[in-house]
Design a protein around this ligand. Structure first.
Ligand code: MN
Length: 741
């Protein structure tokens, strides 16, 4: 049996369950049994932190009880969620002990096992499974979120490679998925935690600045809400009003997307008014009162009460101008709306339990998630699936109408072609044009909220290849791809028929193996591509026939060893290399990079990635390749993140001491006013003040603005930052930043 320590833990879990959920003696018993079972099952396991493993499922269950309470079954399942994956117990054991319902949820939350293939493929299969089980039982996904949340809260104990991989995946998949389910507090925390591990410097900087301005901000908010408070109290409303800073990751995104500094952002916080009322019209009255006190900015008024977001978020958003002339975002909503805004589908589930069994809202919600997440056709490659999966998660929404006034919600950036596919696949495939608000527009024109769209079709129309480039919805993309895949299959068959006729005619006999070798040598990807090309251009056949019928040519092909396998690179891997990689990966501080006078570390070559041009002072990381040795990237480089996802075992940690002495390449991007002599001024500034050569300059101008990219020789990050600062202070320059590809 377990100690008093665990007895207390169980009591704590039960305490929160009682506080947040309707309970019964049966539910207490269920949770107690699940706790005991999990404790026994994980008895001999430890986490990376060294703690007993049971702390993890326990904390996951506690997150559910405290932060997204749903029911006792989900808490029991959370306690058991890693039992099948990590212990000798099987799903059968769980079923025997806890019944079908709990076992199904645990099954849904268990990762796919015994799958071969690369990391990406496994990911796609896991997401598919997760989404499938989620649609049969929403509790699976809540456990997945709580699990991920706890893993991120304790991420510091894992290796850097794992930290980055998990953080990246969370930001790309879990956070936007949480948003879909309306779990905004989970989403916010997942984003901030991932951000912290992906870009510690930026994270710390924003956190520091927010803290510095905290008192000032609080004073301002207090002053701002005072008159609203007074009026609402006088009018007899029951309400809570508060102002709070936005979360770090959203501030970071604003800085990046608006190309502003922290100090230039005005919407760092929002004021929230939560009304204790069942009457949603009160929200509009309160809006009216607020706009009597402060001037509203009309174009920033948003009514998500009459038109809720797809994830059922409801609220009024408005921006008011304070007495000092500052813009302040204000959100107005009822208590119930607020609970759904924070806990999304979990809150909704609760209301469903209390009211009726048939909640069309909830059903529509699930239907929407199911449809938008539907996986693409089986012809798609893994990366295409992953791509459209991610794409789907990210979208903002616009509201458009059919000529009959039917509302269609589309992702921002959607075009008439997306709209056509949204109505029906066939309409999409035969779409030849569109009228937006009565006017003919180009098919790739992005739609706006409130647009009324009429699609023109023709029986003879076929999808165009370039549609794929501008459509944004998952449905349009996958329908178009499906169409072209089918077309391609037909053409491949045609090409194959032509080919077979030809070689019969020339009486050529060729084994499949030799055929594909020739195809490969002639730079075709596979036989399919070869057939496809033939179907378009029969002339290409003679190239191959020529080689096969001409003895000399065939021989020379063989002599040049073209039939041989690719050069056996793998044989050249030295024993040293393996040993070295092993060392590099196990040493705690990673590889130490010296002052760089020799281009190798312990006999292993290294170089710097061209995509991100790291310089001393940057946080860097290495990727090992057999041919090239170690290639060093900046930690924030997009390419390295992708490599991480695919081959985390080839990543090594690098410690770069800043000594320098050598020259590096760094780029800056400058935007400014296009006036005579400005480029000259900039280059002068650099050559006069810094010991740096300009290696290349690339300038584009458009309507009185210029955008220039300068590639410089740089000693270290400090120098680069000084240059950026200096140019930034120059007249006519709007912004200077480090060049990122
Ligand atoms: Mn877990």
């Amino acid at each position: 049996m377990y100690s008093t320590f665990y007895k207390k833990k169980l009591d704590e879990l039960l305490y929160y369950t009682h506080r947040n959920l309707p309970v019964s003696p049966a539910s207490d018993k269920l949770i107690t049994n699940a706790f005991r079972f999990a404790y026994e099952a994980h008895k001999n396991d430890k986490r990376a932190s060294g703690e007993p493993f049971i702390t993890h499922p326990y904390d996951v269950a506690l997150i559910l009880a405290k932060e997204i309470p749903l029911d006792a079954v989900s808490i029991a399942a959370a306690l058991l969620h890693d039992v099948v994956e990590d212990t000798k117990f099987t799903l059968k054991d769980i079923k025997a002990e806890f019944g079908d319902e709990v076992a199904e949820i645990v099954n849904g939350a268990t990762k796919i096992e015994g799958m071969f293939g690369n990391y990406e493929m496994k990911q796609v299969e896991s997401y598919k499974k997760m989404l499938l089980s989620m649609t049969s039982d929403i509790r699976v996904i809540l456990i997945k979120f709580a699990d991920r949340l706890h893993n991120l809260r304790t991420l510091e104990f894992l290796s850097t490679a794992k930290q980055i991989r998990l953080a990246q995946e969370t930001l790309e998949i879990y956070a936007p998925l949480a948003h879909r389910f309306g779990l905004s507090s989970v989403k916010t925390e997942l984003e901030d935690l991932s951000f912290k591990f992906l870009d510690r410097k930026a994270y710390d900087e924003i956190a520091k600045k927010l803290k510095e301005k905290k008192r000032e901000r609080e004073k301002f908010i207090k002053r701002f809400i005072e008159p609203i408070k007074e009026r609402l109290t006088k009018e007899g409303y029951k309400f809570e009003i508060s102002g709070r800073a936005k979360h770090l990751h959203s501030i970071y995104k604003k800085i990046v997307s608006r190309n502003k500094t922290f100090d230039e952002l005005y919407d760092l916080f929002a004021v929230r008014i939560i009304l204790d009322t069942k009457n949603k019209n009160d929200c509009f009255s309160v809006y009216g009162i607020c706009s009597e006190i402060y001037l509203p900015v009309p174009e920033r008024f948003k009514d998500y009460i009459s038109l809720p977001k797809q994830n059922n978020y409801q609220s009024i958003h408005t921006t008011l101008v304070s007495k000092e002339g500052k813009m302040v975002e204000v959100q107005i909503r009822t208590k119930e709306m607020h609970e759904i805004a924070e806990k999304g589908i979990a809150a909704h589930w609760k209301y469903k339990e209390n009211n009726s069994l048939h909640d069309t809202n909830l059903e529509n919600w699930m239907k929407w998630i199911r449809e938008s997440m539907e996986m693409s056709s089986k012809d798609d490659t893994t990366s295409q699936v992953l791509e459209s999966f991610k794409l789907n998660l990210y979208q903002n929404e616009i509201y458009c109408f059919t000529p009959k006034g039917e509302l269609k919600i589309l992702p921002a950036g959607a075009t008439a072609v997306d709209f056509a596919f949204e109505i029906h696949t066939q309409i999409g495939l035969q779409c030849i044009g569109a009228k937006v608000n009565g006017k003919i527009v180009n098919l790739d024109t992005p739609l706006k909220s409130g647009d009324q769209i009429e699609i023109l079709t023709s029986k003879n129309q076929k999808p165009k290849l370039d549609w794929e480039k501008f459509v944004v919805t998952h449905k349009a993309k996958s329908d178009i791809r499906k169409y072209f895949n089918t077309e391609r299959r037909k053409l491949i068959q045609t090409g194959k028929d032509i080919w077979e006729r030809k070689i019969r005619k020339h009486k050529i006999h060729l084994s499949d193996e030799n055929f594909s070798k020739i195809i490969h040598r002639l730079k075709y990807k596979d036989t399919g591509q070869f057939y496809y090309v033939i179907s378009q251009d029969e002339g290409k056949i003679s190239e191959v026939i020529d080689i096969l019928t001409d003895k000399n040519k065939l021989q020379s092909l063989e002599q040049r060893n073209l039939f041989a396998e690719d050069a056996k690179l793998t044989e050249s891997i030295s024993d040293n290399f393996d040993k070295y990689v092993q060392e590099a990966r196990t040493s705690k501080n990673g590889i130490i990079l010296g002052n760089g006078s020799t281009q190798n570390i312990n006999g292993l070559k290294y170089d710097f990635a061209k995509c991100c041009n790291p310089i001393p002072g940057d946080e860097v990381i290495g990727f090992i390749s057999y041919e090239k040795g170690i290639r060093i990237h900046r930690r924030t480089c997009k390419n390295i993140l992708n490599l991480f996802l695919r081959e985390p075992e080839r990543i090594v940690q690098i410690n770069w001491n800043e000594a320098g002495g050598q020259e590096f390449t760094g780029g800056i991007k400058i935007i400014g006013e296009d006036k005579p002599g400005i480029l000259n001024q900039i280059t002068k500034t650099i050559s006069k003040n810094f010991n740096s050569n300009i290696k290349s300059v690339d300038i584009k101008t458009r309507s009185s603005m210029f955008e220039g990219t300068l590639i410089l020789s740089i000693q270290n990050l400090k120098q680069l930052n000084q240059i950026i600062e200096k140019i930034n202070s120059q007249e006519g320059v709007f912004s200077v930043e480090r060049f990122e590809q």
